[in-house]
Design a protein around this ligand. Structure first.
Ligand code: BMA
Length: 829
């Protein structure tokens, strides 16, 4: 097999009506090409988005020439292999139309043998705007869908990233272009179209890695398949088998002493190198495939139990609590994402002690880098198919055929990744978008069943038989199917806090089995906001700030909860910071409760990890990769062993809980200090504790009746710490009044910077205070960096040292002048 890569900068693009062409990049999209060519303003700045609809409404042509040698054309089969065309495209080779495509999620292998000639050839791809297509279809039947005030109607008709048409955190900037690699491929005899892997862990000390290769080419052409598996460059297993095109080639690699793959926090992520070669009878290489393989079993375990039906993931036979967040496309224009940006975001997820990411169904099937990094980082993937919050035209056989091909392509493309834990049909469609019959507002259950309980699971069972399938998130498998958030079985999206505006305390009433969505919004930090606003926009109710808020109720809801919990902040930038503290507190409140509820509840995936543009949203990391307060707090509430306290002001007690995700029992010391707001110690104690593996247990009840009575609940803080082997592994703070009612004293915070020896990007910063400093945060002006911890509570009795890692080399003096430290009291005083 031979191929000619067509990616790169040799392309040009032009709008069909004005003909003037400009340089283009492939993979890429028209918005980023126009931006590079200086033809449009930054779509993310202020309300520029509103003036860019013309780009989505226009038709665009991408073209290039390619020199094809005669020897290439001597092959039997020649394809133009398009790994992603976004979306309504007509492909022409030397002026001859070879295909019209209509699904950005499909692999198109177009037969171009007859159209190519030796020497120079012209490839042209014409993209029609999706908008007239959608509008036409909407005239036939209105598809129910609505997620955000600016969403463009009709997105369910087209197989294109749902959120590109606008979402309640994303702009409406549907783009077009050659968004994944493109190449010319030539083969003779046979080529391999897919190697399916399954694993047999039935024999102790060995794993059987089963291969099933599908070939295309000349009928009954004889082919040999040679497979080998290596670890760290050493071959550990190999096999070969012979067969012919038309039949499936199967074989097993018998792996002795397998090194198992584990999710983050449970063990390592060893990855083997699998190489599969295909040869003809004379030993001439026809084709090859290589991939990284992780050996493990990873299943969704559902069995009847005392509460209903379990919902837990089990890796290598061990159930584990899933901790993580939901992933959306990391850029409105995902083609400009680099491996570094994926690595930074997913590395941040790992750094916050996550072990699962939900690849949400309103975005895209992700780039290969995403899956590789999840494999390497031990982040299990809950993988939705790309259907979200809409009724889809499953009554249309053409639509179903298109979706079947898409599902097959995607499962074949990524199914070998060890990190994928589950295939899930869709996001939230069972929740209100389905009814007994078709109406303008709902699709029918019959059509829903055909797609999500028929077509898609059939593809999964056939092409990826060892992965579990779940029809929808959320879904309840027993009883009434409209009861999508049942607490006794299935997964749940819990939005009564935020969308339902119930108080944070509501979380503690929830006993669901797996919480795959819940969330609370915040604003991005001031420097991110500065990037998309002018000074006159810097008020949360300004037109531009509201433009960068896509949840209709968003800013109002943030402010409502803010006033419930905190004092009105002094200014705009403090409002942004305080919104992040509020968000972090909400998520901490929820996750700590659900971790304490294990094993009844076995997972929390908050909404949402990341952003696709600078916006007020539920994310814990903003579009620049800057960690919000929530992300720093997530590292704590997701800690492998968590100490948390449940306050009861009436009883005058704090229940101390230890929640362990460790595989082995441990021992440690829990200590508590009761102080007033001056920092005066009113009581303290400590206790040796055993920490049973993979369990929550209440290890102590602290009596605080007396101090509460004497000083009143607004004066009391209880500081908790858990030490293992003399090292503090988890801390927490309990208060009995809402923070707005605490009369915090001036903490006189100080931060001292020390250079870490031999490092120009690492600094140790020691923070001290004279009175309790709640939610203290370090901030840097004009220096990009990340702290090992931030938004933490500092007690006057214990200085805290955190590590700063800067993006670029810095001097100590520079850091000292750029650094500020503030705490909650500074937001209002
Ligand atoms: C969910 C998601 C998204 C949405 C989020 C916030 O339920 O599935 O559709 O962005 O809520 O409203």
């Amino acid at each position: 097999m031979q191929s000619i890569d067509l990616c790169g900068a040799e392309w040009s693009a032009r709008q069909d009506t004005n003909g003037e062409s400009f340089p283009a990049r492939v993979p890429g999209c028209v918005h980023t090409d126009l931006l590079t060519a200086g033809r449009i303003e930054d779509p993310f700045f202020r309300d520029n988005e509103d003036r860019l609809r013309w780009v989505s409404e226009a038709d665009w042509t991408y073209e290039r020439t390619v020199n094809v040698p005669k020897s290439f054309l001597d092959h039997e089969a020649i394809f133009l292999r398009c790994e992603g065309l976004d979306t309504l495209a007509e492909v022409k080779v030397n002026g001859v139309s070879v295909e019209k495509t209509d699904n950005m999620f499909r692999l198109w292998e177009l037969d171009v043998h007859a159209a190519l000639r030796p020497g120079e050839n012209r490839i042209e791809i014409h993209f029609s705007s999706p908008l007239p297509f959608m509008a036409e279809k909407e005239k036939i039947r209105r598809m129910p869908a609505n997620n955000g005030p600016k969403e463009i109607a009709g997105r369910a008709w087209i197989r294109k990233s749902p959120c590109s048409f606008g979402w309640d955190w994303g702009p409406a900037l549907p783009t077009c272009g050659i968004w994944r690699p493109i190449s010319l491929v030539a083969s003779s005899g046979a080529r391999c179209t897919h190697v399916q892997l399954t694993q047999d862990h039935g024999t102790a000390g060995r794993v059987g890695l089963n291969l099933q290769a599908t070939l295309a080419g000349r009928d009954r052409f004889p082919v040999g398949m040679m497979a080998s598996l290596a670890f760290d460059g050493q071959t550990v297993a190999s096999m070969s088998v012979h067969g012919t095109v038309g039949a499936t080639l199967t074989g097993t690699l018998d792996v002795p002493a397998p090194r198992l793959w584990w999710p983050n926090g449970m063990g390592e992520q060893p990855l083997y190198d699998l190489s599969v070669l295909f040869e003809d009878e004379k030993g001439v290489l026809l084709d090859s495939k290589s991939m990284k393989v992780g050996l493990r079993t990873l299943r969704l375990d559902r069995h009847p139990d005392q509460w209903g039906e379990s919902f837990q993931f089990v890796v290598n036979g061990i159930p584990f609590f899933a901790k993580g967040a939901n992933w959306i496309p990391a850029d409105t224009f995902p083609t400009r994402l680099t491996r570094e940006r994926y690595a930074d975001l997913l590395g941040s997820a790992r750094a916050a002690n996550m072990n699962m990411i939900r690849l949400w169904g309103g975005g895209i099937y992700e780039h290969e880098d995403f899956y590789r990094l999840c494999d390497e980082l031990g982040l299990c993937i809950w993988h939705d198919f790309m259907f979200a919050c809409a009724g889809y035209p499953a009554f249309d056989p053409e639509f179903l055929a298109n979706v079947r091909a898409e599902a097959e392509d995607q499962v074949r493309r990524v199914g070998h990744h060890p990190s994928i834990a589950l295939w899930c049909g869709n996001n939230e469609i069972e929740q209100g978008w389905v009814g007994e019959t078709w109406t303008d507002a709902t699709m029918s259950w019959k059509d829903y069943d055909a797609l999500f309980n028929g077509l898609i699971p059939e593809v999964v069972a056939r092409l990826d038989p060892q992965r579990d399938y779940w029809p929808c998130s959320p879904h309840t498998p027993v009883g009434d199917r409209k009861d999508f958030n049942n607490p006794d079985s299935g997964d749940a999206h819990l939005w009564s806090v935020w969308h339902g505006r119930l108080p944070f305390e509501w979380y503690r009433t929830c006993t669901h089995r797996f919480n795959s969505e819940f969330g609370f919004q915040s604003f991005p930090e001031p420097r991110t906001v500065d990037g998309y606003t002018l000074p006159e926009d810097r008020n949360v109710t300004s037109y531009v700030m509201e433009h960068h808020q896509r949840s209709g109720i968003g800013n109002t809801v943030i402010m409502q909860y803010m006033l419930d919990w905190y004092r009105l902040p002094n200014d705009f930038s403090l409002t942004l910071h305080l919104s992040q503290i509020l968000q972090g507190m909400a998520m901490k409140y929820a996750v700590e409760h659900w971790r304490r509820a294990m094993p009844r509840g076995m997972g929390t995936l908050y909404w949402q990890l990341n952003d696709c543009w600078p916006v007020a949203s539920w994310s814990s990391i903003d579009s620049h990769g800057r960690w919000k307060a929530l992300h720093y707090m997530a590292a704590h509430f997701n800690a492998p062993i968590l100490v948390s306290g449940l306050e009861d002001a009436t009883a005058g007690t704090v229940e101390v809980h230890l929640t362990s995700d460790l595989l082995a029992d441990a021992r440690g010391t829990v200590s508590w200090t009761v102080t007033d707001l001056e920092g005066e110690i009113l009581d303290r104690g400590s206790q040796g504790v055993s920490i049973p593996a993979r369990q929550n247990h209440r290890c102590a009840i602290i009596a605080v009746k007396r101090p509460l009575k004497e000083r009143g609940p607004r004066e009391i803080l209880v500081w908790l710490a858990l030490a293992v082997d003399g090292k503090i592994v988890s801390r927490n703070l309990v208060h009995f009044a809402r923070p707005k009612h605490l009369e915090l004293r001036h903490p006189r915070l100080l931060a001292m910077v020390k250079t870490v020896e031999g490092e120009s990007r690492e600094f140790d910063i020691t923070v001290t205070c004279k009175a309790p400093a709640l939610w203290s945060w370090l901030d840097l002006e004009c220096v990009e960096g990340r702290f090992s911890e931030n938004y933490f509570h500092v007690s006057p009795h214990e200085p805290r040292t955190v590590r700063l890692s800067t993006a670029h080399p810095q001097t100590r003096t520079r850091i000292e002048s750029a650094l500020t430290v503030r705490s909650l009291r500074d937001t209002y005083q």
